[in-house]
Design a protein around this ligand. Structure first.
Ligand SMILES: NC(=O)c1ccc[n+]([C@@H]2O[C@H](COP(=O)([O-])OP(=O)(O)OC[C@H]3O[C@@H](n4cnc5c(N)ncnc54)[C@H](O)[C@@H]3O)[C@@H](O)[C@H]2O)c1
Length: 354
């Protein structure tokens, strides 16, 4: 049996600015001891051996998709990924040249290997939807069919009728993300919702038949779906709200149709390439750490282990949910700074922490 254990080397490499660097102050996951039982202790592990995953939205080693891939792989799954065509060439070249070797390294010293990397543009559902000019452009014409249904068809040809057990949607794009909603164009708004939310419905629809009954779909959402997060503009908050609503409807429809489960993870702020486009992420990360029930920065590995759980039979009764993996930040209704100020006046309250 393959068991996923946390504390995997390579997870400490995070993006800083344009490069990839090792950050010494990254908090270790607190679940380490719980997931590393001693020899004689009872062990309930996540075993995904013999299963295959497809993760849409992996183009470097600095985001949630890569960390999720690593967790699913460590649990025993074969992992295929979908990479945005404009990023495909660089990603595959860097992989070939060994630039991600440290990040790919597993606890036992071996390296994760992707079973196959497909070029995927989640903006398009069928090949004929892709504008001819784009289809004929340098980064697209080398691939067979980068649309969602095109990649599903290639996976069927490569691995057979029910080739998959789990599918993860870890992608988003909002061309006007830096604009407040009041200044966002209709085109920018619809583009954000199309690629970041509708693509989940399209992926469940196209990949559903390829997934064995009882399979699992997981998408990555953000708290801006339900709360105001200034600077998360361009319709991205609307896209996440749609994604979460669709999670519920898709859970019903895919559950009844195929017996599949459909969930989302609402992750806390993390310094990925995509997040870097929004603004100075470190300020948001520090704010979340200061004001969450659990202090310490969220790690991508924590999102990876939660995804592994949602993809495993251990979560067979869970569907249609949005699981917050954010150190509990979403539960707070007051900043810790204010709680401390009030404490100065009225004396200690339970749970306060500086
Ligand atoms: N980083 C955060 O703070 C944070 C917080 C909550 C949720 N999320 C969500 O997590 C998911 C992964 O993002 P991340 O932050 O790990 O960044 P990331 O850069 O690793 O992932 C985003 C991916 O989307 C891909 N992409 C963009 N447009 C695409 C398209 N048209 N077709 C296919 N792929 C496309 C990019 O190439 C990239 O690989 C996203 O849904 C994001 O909204 C991120």
């Amino acid at each position: 049996m393959a068991f996923y254990m946390v504390g995997v080397p390579g997870f400490r490499r995070v993006r800083q600015g344009r490069g990839v660097a090792t950050r010494a102050n990254r908090a270790e996951p607190s679940i380490d001891s719980a997931m590393n039982p001693g020899k004689d202790e009872a062990m309930l592990g996540i075993d995904l051996k013999g299963k295959r995953a497809f993760i849409a939205g992996v183009a470097d080693d600095g985001g949630f998709g890569f960390a999720i891939a690593k967790c699913l792989y460590e649990a025993g799954a074969k992992v295929c990924v979908g990479t945005w065509p404009p990023a495909y060439g660089v990603f595959t070249k860097l992989l070939e040249r060994g630039k991600f070797d440290e990040s790919l390294t597993l606890r036992d010293g071996s390296k994760m290997e992707f079973e196959k990397i497909y070029a995927l543009d989640a903006d398009y559902d069928k090949q004929e939807d892709i504008p001819e000019e784009l289809r004929e452009s340098r980064r697209y014409k080398q691939h067979i069919d980068v649309s969602i249904s095109g990649v599903a068809a290639q996976m069927k040809a490569d691995f057979g009728d029910q080739a998959l057990d789990m599918v993860v949607h870890s992608l988003a794009n909002g061309p006007e993300v830096k604009k407040p909603l009041l200044e966002t164009s209709r085109k920018g708004y619809l583009a954000a919702v199309g690629v970041s939310a509708y693509s989940y419905a399209s992926i469940v629809s196209s990949f559903g038949p390829l997934v064995k009954p009882g399979g699992s779909f997981v998408a990555l959402s953000y708290m801006a779906a339900a709360r105001v997060i200034p600077f998360y503009g361009g319709g991205m908050s609307s896209a996440k709200a749609a994604l979460e609503s669709d999670t519920r409807v898709l859970a019903y429809e895919a559950g009844r149709k195929w017996g599949h489960r459909v969930n989302s993870i609402s992750a806390g702020p993390y310094n990925s390439r995509a997040a870097g486009a929004i603004g100075p992420m470190q300020l948001m990360i520090d704010y979340a750490s200061k004001n969450s029930p659990l202090t310490g920065e969220l790690t991508a590995e924590e999102v990876g282990t939660s995804t592994a759980f949602l993809c495993s039979p251990l979560s067979s009764g869970i569907t249609g949910t949005v699981v917050y993996v954010d150190k509990g930040y979403h539960t707070m209704g007051m900043t810790v700074e204010l709680a401390n100020e009030i404490t100065e006046v009225v004396g200690p309250a339970h749970g306060r922490g500086k």
